[in-house]
Design a protein around this ligand. Structure first.
Ligand code: ATP
Ligand code: MG
Length: 441
């Protein structure tokens, strides 16, 4: 036998729940339910779907995200196209590609757009629970709106999504909010920060001394316990924010307050990409250990220009699908079943032509039927029927079929009870059973 091949480390298969696996990754039913739910929620706000390529020019991310961000410095899957020497990268996030597409197609010519996309992102990180090398993001962007109204709308929309998914805001997920101000305010803060840390270089570790020259703001993220006191006392961006910035921030807060959405102002919240300004926010949970951010976003009014477009205000968020579904799994939130209405037991495989025509008629009438394929004993067929999650088995015996009937056997309440029903009645009856694809939006 040839050697087995395995998936690339940190890149996962998403499989049906009936497959037993060692890792705790969400199953495909949970995945589908999430996608159906978010489609419905986003549709209620007028967000439109779009797709961008998974591979983009490396320069897009270097220019878009910033040269000294974690992602660009050490997490990108970059390669040279051996056919033509182009420098390419597997997208580590979605926003830069969406903005590239907007500029390329002059897509905002007719006015602002609300957009969303979902798909795989790639970052070379140490794989662990909630952190993978290929992971999926829902990405939502409001482009051409200066806010602050639309900033708040995005946050309210995320709240609606939590509710539709059975998560309790404030308990399972909490909102953290901050303002990063405008570039000039950030520059003034940065200068004050550099002066402050330069006056205390003897207390900085080696990493932070290096960062003082490249990205002093990131010293604030240091986990080194011996530096915490120094960091606590460092100049805060909040005290450098001007009137307009504060007005924007307060207007976002006013909507959230009126809507009864509780949040914590976290002045340390900076986010990982350089493109953010004004509003930034994260939805966090305590249930997933250190991978606690399920959704993060903010305003990035400078990115269009940075990528060769006209100045265009923009705001959006990215949501980690695996992380969110792990949370739903951890909390044991009830997920609608994917079970068919009925399972068709076929005692005599030679009757397959007639049985399948009868099943097609049932499906045309709206019944979800899973057919037993491959024959086998009645006992083994009923075992499969049970495992399918259906509440009823339909037994297609030859005599009944000839009379236009089928035997209905209950698999759940009062299991074992059997009644003969006319095939023409079965559709009416079966579609009153719980819909297999139902969702609670
Ligand atoms: P973190 O601080 O956890 O590294 P981040 O700030 O790098 O997150 P973003 O770039 O803002 O994350 O991406 C948005 C969301 O995508 C995150 O909040 C998280 O839910 C998810 N995410 C980011 N990186 C990964 C990863 N390697 N594996 C799984 N999900 C991820
Ligand atoms: Mg990260």
């Amino acid at each position: 036998m040839a050697d087995k091949l395995n998936a690339v480390k940190g890149m996962n298969d998403i499989l049906p729940g009936s497959v037993t696996r060692k890792d705790k990754l969400p199953d495909s039913q949970l995945w589908l339910w999430f996608e159906n739910t978010l489609r419905s929620v986003l549709g209620h706000y007028g967000y439109q779907y779009m797709l961008t390529p998974i591979v983009e020019p490396t320069a897009l991310f270097v220019r878009g995200l910033g040269e000294v961000t974690d992602i660009v410095e050490k997490e990108m899957y970059s390669f040279t196209d051996s056919m033509n020497g182009d420098k390419l990268t597997l997208r580590p996030e979605a926003t830069a590609g969406i903005v590239r597409a907007m500029v390329e197609h002059n897509a905002l010519y007719n006015g602002p757009l609300r957009l969303w996309t979902i798909g795989p992102m790639f970052r070379h990180e140490r794989p662990q629970k909630g952190r993978y090398r290929q992971f999926n993001q829902l990405d939502v962007e409001a482009l051409g709106f200066a806010g602050p109204d639309v900033d708040a709308e995005l946050i309210l929309m995320a709240r609606r999504l939590w509710k539709a998914l059975g998560l309790v805001e404030g308990e399972h997920v909490r909102l953290e909010l901050n303002s990063l101000g405008q570039p000039a305010e950030r520059a003034a803060h940065r200068a004050a920060l550099v002066a402050y840390f330069e006056a205390h270089t003897e207390q900085l570790d080696e990493d932070s001394r290096r960062r003082l020259l490249t990205n002093p703001l990131r010293i604030l993220d240091s986990k080194n316990p011996s530096m915490q006191e120094l960091i606590e006392a460092a100049p805060q961006l909040m005290s450098f924010l001007g009137e307009e910035t504060l007005a924007h921030f307060n207007a976002v807060r006013a909507v959230l307050d009126e809507a009864g959405l509780a949040y914590r102002i976290n002045t340390r919240l900076v986010r990982g990409m350089d493109y953010y300004n004004l509003t930034v926010f994260e939805w966090v949970t305590d249930q997933l250990g250190s991978q606690g951010t399920v959704c993060g976003g903010g305003r990035y009014d400078g990115l269009f220009e940075q990528l060769g477009g006209k100045p265009t205000p923009a705001v959006g968020f990215g949501l980690g699908v695996e992380r969110l579904l792990l949370l739903i799994d951890t909390l044991g939130v009830p997920v609608p079943s994917a079970a068919p209405h009925v399972y068709a037991v076929v005692p005599d495989p030679t009757l397959s032509p007639k049985v399948q025509v009868a099943l097609e008629a049932l499906r045309s009438a709206g019944v979800a039927v899973q057919m037993h394929a491959g024959g086998g004993s009645l006992k083994s067929q009923f075992k499969k029927a049970d495992a399918s999650g259906a509440c009823f088995a339909l037994i297609f015996g030859g005599d009944e079929l000839a009379r236009g009937e089928v035997t209905v056997k209950s698999l759940r309440d009062g299991a074992g009870a059997q009644v003969a029903r006319a095939l023409t009645d079965v559709a009416d009856w079966a579609t009153t059973l719980q819909s297999p694809a139902s969702s609670n939006v």
